[in-house]
Design a protein around this ligand. Structure first.
Ligand code: ATP
Length: 273
């Protein structure tokens, strides 16, 4: 079939420099990077390189970003698709899509497969709701399990998957040899928000009034994605005012707008900071 199975990025330009904070997660993911770059160091001792790694954390904390950074650092192709695409778009063909995806990734090895929202396919059977055929989802899940089990010791393909909720995943997915490694990402602390702001302020033309420490203090509960969003929103606000550069007042307005949006989505802004 000629239909698109996944988004393929052969030259990811994302590097670890683009990922702010997340110190622990970065250390753990660097191990995975080393598996890709120096597989022989491990296989020469008879070690079996882990194939499945689950990235667990709230929305917008950088799971996709981190996965892309591994591909960028290793300079290997990045095959990405989301679990909801499997089950929603490809009714009737989910299992064969999984097969094709793994086949392509093996042909291009070393490579990375990234499955966003794995819970859409991998929800535990008893917790799955019935809005669409369970058989279909289960076929897809079973194919995914079969592919993970079918990896040899040195296929050179690493499968990264992301979820907000590891607790609802089918236990079969988490068994040894499958997604048995978990990397946790959390909402950034104030210090981490400073670092994330620094990444996203870099491309902007700023007034001297902009205070990154103040910005970090004003944004408790914000994810990295929310911070990227506030920076762009501030630039849009300043541009609309025909200003030469973006000022602290533009950030304050952008923040109020985003907090309003977050409250509408009834997300919780941590009151602790
Ligand atoms: P979701 O669960 O909603 O898919 P995610 O955890 O995969 O979210 P990303 O898609 O990686 O989150 O993050 C969205 C955007 O937010 C990134 O492209 C980046 O611009 C910004 N971002 C998130 N986390 C960070 C971070 N730690 N450092 C810098 N930028 C970040």
């Amino acid at each position: 079939s000629t239909a698109k199975i996944a988004n393929i990025d052969t030259k990811s330009k994302v590097t670890f420099n683009d990922v702010a904070g997340l110190k622990e997660a970065k250390i753990e993911i660097m191990e995975i990077l080393d598996f890709l770059k120096n597989p022989k160091e491990y296989t020469r001792l008879g070690a079996k390189i882990p194939t499945g790694v689950l990235l667990v954390g709230p929305p917008g904390t950088g799971k996709t970003l981190l996965a892309r950074a591994v591909a960028g650092e290793a300079q290997v192709p990045f095959f990405s698709l989301s679990g909801s695409e499997f089950v929603e778009m490809f009714v009737g063909v989910g299992a064969s899509r999984v097969r094709d995806l793994f086949k392509q990734a093996k042909e291009k090895a070393p490579s990375i497969i990234f499955i966003d929202e794995i819970d859409a396919v991998g929800r535990s059977r008893d917790k799955a709701n019935n809005f669409q055929s369970n058989d279909e989802r289960e076929n897809t899940l079973n194919q995914l399990l079969a592919e993970l089990d079918g990896f040899g010791t040195n296929t050179g393909v690493i499968v990264l998957a992301a979820t907000n909720r590891a607790d609802i995943l089918d236990k079969a997915l988490l068994r040894a040899g499958r997604f048995d490694r978990h990397i946790y990402l959390e909402l950034p602390t104030r210090e981490e928000r400073v670092e994330i702001f620094q990444v996203h302020l870099k491309p902007l033309k700023l007034e001297k009034s902009v205070d990154v420490n103040l910005l970090a203090s004003l944004t408790p509960g914000f994810s990295g994605a929310d911070i990227a969003n506030i920076c762009n929103e501030a630039a849009l606000i300043a541009a609309r005012k025909k200003k030469e550069s973006v000022g602290q007042d533009d950030f304050n307005q952008a923040r109020d707008r985003i907090v309003g949006g977050l409250e509408r989505k009834s997300k919780i802004i941590s009151p602790k900071e």
